[in-house]
Write a protein that binds this ligand. Structure first.
Ligand code: SF4
Length: 326
């Protein structure tokens, strides 16, 4: 199987596929309230085009695909797309990142389509605080999580963006929630993505402080988790709970980066923290061959930067997290 290797010797085997830039929430650190400047539907890659691109990545050694957004469940027919991607021989790991607001309705169909692993964004267990951070209803997310458990998803990972003075007082409560429900917990540092992410930098909290706090209450053992992501895991002694720390600012993980992102309009972004990209929609609509598509992907990987510059140039990335997914 050929491999996609970038200029820094990193193997790219993981594609994060944003199927929409729209969302049914408005998280303060992601999409500005009242934002409406979304990609127009005629620019969205169709399911046929998405399948062609994913198949090309598959032939180049990519085996992991994560469905993201915005909020992927707002894209009509997502379970059908998942089933088509799940059929591709080269793709042996199909997962989904969601805010779970609509998960209760789609959990069974997604599981039947071959999605096995879920990451669910959940920054607080307080309904009023949830509404303040996301403009949404917490109960819908909890219903979605319980439906996912019932449908047999495993692991279900909870992604908590920890913000100083906003929700950092809930770290222990989130640990207890995950212990109770058998979820895996990941803490994430805020990132200066777009004006919203840059504004959220005021609430940035170095996760080493969170880990130190947890070590006062738990014995944390080195831990491992399946998946190709950047989290560094520990295990709570005497339990099955795994806790991951995603630390792009305090301890970046760019040296082992294995991923690229495809946005809803067919733009291939080579790094979350940079603007380097290559457009695939026009070549696709101009009738590019499969070999031509693979050549374009290889050309794009040559553009992949070594790392983000969030600290050196915090205002550099103008796009919001919702435009490519995290
Ligand atoms: S910031 Fe860029 S290089 Fe670093 S891990 Fe993320 S995508 Fe990879």
């Amino acid at each position: 199987m050929p491999k996609l290797t970038d200029r820094f010797g990193r193997t790219i085997d993981y594609l994060r596929l944003s199927v929409t830039d729209r969302c049914d929430l408005r998280c303060t650190y992601c999409m500005p309230e009242g934002f409406h400047d979304f990609e127009t539907p005629d620019h969205w890659l169709s399911f046929d085009e998405i399948e062609r691109v994913v198949a090309a990545f598959g032939r180049l050694g990519v085996s992991r695909v994560r469905l993201t957004g915005g909020e992927p469940l707002v894209r009509k027919g997502l379970p059908e797309l998942a089933a088509r991607l799940g059929e591709l021989a080269e793709i042996d790991d199909l997962s989904l990142s969601t805010n779970a607001v609509q998960l209760a309705r789609h959990a069974e169909a997604l599981h039947a389509a071959g999605v096995r692993r879920l990451n669910v964004s959940l920054d607080t267990l307080d309904p009023a605080r949830f509404a303040a951070i996301t403009k949404g209803k917490l109960e819908k997310v909890i219903d979605g999580l319980m439906a996912a458990k019932a449908a047999g998803f495993a692991p279900i990972k909870i992604n908590m963006v920890v913000m100083k003075g906003v929700n950092d007082d809930e770290v222990e409560a989130m640990v207890d929630f995950c212990l109770e429900h058998g979820f895996t917990l990941r803490f994430i540092e805020t990132m200066p993505m777009g004006e919203t992410g840059q504004a959220a930098s005021d609430t940035y909290l170095d996760l080493r402080e969170v880990r130190a706090r947890l070590e006062q209450r738990f014995e944390l053992l080195p831990g491992v988790m399946p998946g190709g992501g950047p989290a560094r895991y520990v295990q709570v002694a005497g339990s099955d709970l795994k806790i991951g720390f995603i630390t792009p600012i305090s301890q970046h993980f760019c040296e082992s980066c294995n991923r690229v992102r495809l946005s809803v309009d067919g733009t291939l972004y080579l790094c979350l923290g940079q603007e380097h990209h290559l457009g695939l929609r026009e070549p696709l609509r101009a009738g590019v061959s499969d070999a031509g598509l693979e050549a374009l992907i290889r050309e794009a990987i040559e553009l992949k930067p070594e790392r983000h510059e969030f600290q050196d140039h915090p205002g550099q990335v103008v796009r919001f997290m919702s435009m490519t997914g995290g």
